[in-house]
Design a protein around this ligand. Structure first.
Ligand SMILES: Nc1ncnc2c1ncn2[C@@H]1O[C@H](COP(=O)(O)OP(=O)(O)OP(=O)(O)O)[C@@H](O)[C@H]1O
Ligand SMILES: [Mg+2]
Length: 474
């Protein structure tokens, strides 16, 4: 006769061990109490978790019970009046502390509704041990141009995984563009979904700070609505852009950001305008040295900068590793409009070699002793600029060819979204820059100073009275 085990009425095939769980008789009242406690606890958790909805609802409910309809109506009316007055009196603070936080919560809820399918279809859901694991949407912050999503990545993911599908994410969430940056912690990534384009309109010049902050000079607006600030300390800057791309606006935005320092003597600008002074001559009073048509004078000036740098290096050696600008020992900023005129198109071979040698030394050794070079260029090819790689900070304005993008911003920059060759001619001053800590380049627009703004700037902050251009300063 076959051996059959029956446990709680169920037939079980014979096995070496058959384990039977013991019966435990629980009275019905205890079961009911248990369920009640369990569901009350779950309700409590839900109420606490969704406090932005439950707290006002409970408050309104209590007011209704206590004062009838008057209670909730008076509260809502008072809030509307206070909010309206705040909005009218000081809109920026209203938006910052009331409008955008509320909008952010609302948006987080809308993103969460589509989160699972969005993550799955964009390939960011990871299957592990037979289960799908998806990144967690932690927070949504809003501003007038973008939603900034803070996301906790799944173990094993890196921000580049998000950067690779950024276009897909933009279309999935109906955004104009999507930019990815590393988050505040290694497990977080920041995804910025751009709703409108704040770079369509020309960016007005910024207010001049009394003391320039050389670690964050405001030069323009970023496409996520924030201010684009350049860290000048410890770097050399190369600005590349086709003709009429707006290289002038980068130079003038920078000069404006440093203007108070120029006036106080904390900054000395040595300006080179090899195209005959067309761009920079109007700012003559701002410059400690200026050369525009004499290439010999330019070579001399660069060699003088090298000599100053060497003298400084000898003085600071062993005392500090980073020069701190003072009025007696100012930051020297060498501004060169059209660098190729000095390094490639110059016919006098001897002069060209002198310029190249001096520039090479300045670019490799100047940073630590407060000598910085800001150079503009139309064509980033190596034949034109042999020491392209000596510029740690590069700015890519509108470029004529796809290949120029990677030459300017570094290998793979175009694949990661720096579409400099697609910037329309109608948007001069728009550029892509690589920000610290982000794999995706950021689109920015530099502030634009009209001729009158430039004249005003020179008159207000210039240390020297305008003199004829060419050669050294008076
Ligand atoms: N940031 C900006 N915002 C708005 N308009 C700008 C901006 N920058 C430049 N422009 C406009 O574009 C024109 C060309 O700019 P700019 O002279 O700076 O170009 P460039 O790159 O220096 O060209 P080139 O190589 O020929 O000197 C300017 O006359 C100005 O009208
Ligand atoms: Mg120019």
């Amino acid at each position: 006769m076959p051996l059959v085990n029956v446990i709680r009425g169920e037939r079980i095939e014979p096995a070496p061990f058959n384990v039977r769980t013991p019966y435990l008789k629980v009275p019905l009242w205890l079961v009911l109490v248990g369920w009640t406690v369990k569901y009350c606890f779950r309700l409590g958790v839900l109420l606490v978790k969704h406090w932005p909805v439950t707290t006002p609802a409970l408050l309104l409910g209590w007011l209704y019970l206590r004062f009838d309809w008057y209670g909730p109506v008076v509260l809502v009316g008072a809030l509307a009046v206070v909010g309206g007055a705040w909005f009218l009196a000081h809109r920026p603070s209203f938006e910052r502390f009331a409008g955008y936080p509320v909008l952010g919560r609302w948006r987080r809820w809308t993103y969460r509704r589509h989160w699972l399918p969005a993550m799955a279809t964009s390939g960011l859901a990871v299957t592990f041990d037979g289960r799908a694991v998806i990144p967690v949407l932690k927070r949504v912050r809003c501003n007038d141009a973008a939603d900034v999503l803070t996301i906790r990545m799944v173990t094993g993911q890196i921000p580049d995984d998000f950067a690779k599908v950024s276009e897909r994410l933009a279309h999935t969430f109906g955004a104009r563009a999507c930019r990815v940056a590393a988050g505040a912690r290694p497990d977080l990534v920041t995804v910025t979904l751009l709703r409108t384009d704040p770079l369509v309109a020309t960016v007005e010049p910024f207010l001049v700070a009394d003391v320039p902050d050389f670690t964050a000079l405001p030069l323009g607006r970023r496409e996520d609505g924030k201010v684009y600030a350049l860290r000048l300390f410890g770097t050399q800057v190369l600005v590349v852009g086709a003709t009429d791309a707006g290289k002038g606006s980068v130079i003038w935005s920078l000069l404006r950001a440093m203007a108070a320092g120029i006036a106080s003597g904390l900054v000395q600008v040595w300006a080179f305008d090899p195209k005959g002074g067309m761009e920079l001559a109007a700012g003559r009073p701002l410059f400690a040295r200026f050369a525009c048509d004499d290439f010999e004078a330019m070579a001399d000036m660069l060699e003088e900068a090298v000599a100053t740098m060497r003298e400084r290096t000898a003085r600071l050696r062993g005392k500090t590793r980073q020069h701190v600008p003072t009025i007696g020992d100012p930051l020297i900023v060498i501004v060169i409009d059209e660098l190729a005129a000095l390094t490639a198109y110059l016919t006098n071979r001897q002069l060209k070699d002198r310029v190249k040698a001096a520039l090479g030394v300045l670019l490799t050794q100047g940073r630590a002793v407060g000598v910085h070079v800001i150079a503009c260029l139309q064509d980033p090819r190596k034949e034109v600029l042999p020491f392209r790689d000596l510029f740690p900070t590069r700015i890519g304005l509108r470029l004529t060819e796809e290949a120029h993008v990677d030459l300017t911003l570094g290998e793979g920059a175009r694949d990661r979204g720096a579409l400099c060759d697609r910037i329309p001619r109608s948007s001069p001053g728009v550029a892509y820059v690589v920000l610290d800590g982000g794999p995706t380049p950021m689109r920015v627009r530099f502030s634009y100073l009209t001729d009158n703004d430039v004249t005003d700037l020179a008159q207000t902050y210039g240390r020297l009275r305008p003199v004829a251009t060419g050669g050294e300063a008076a």
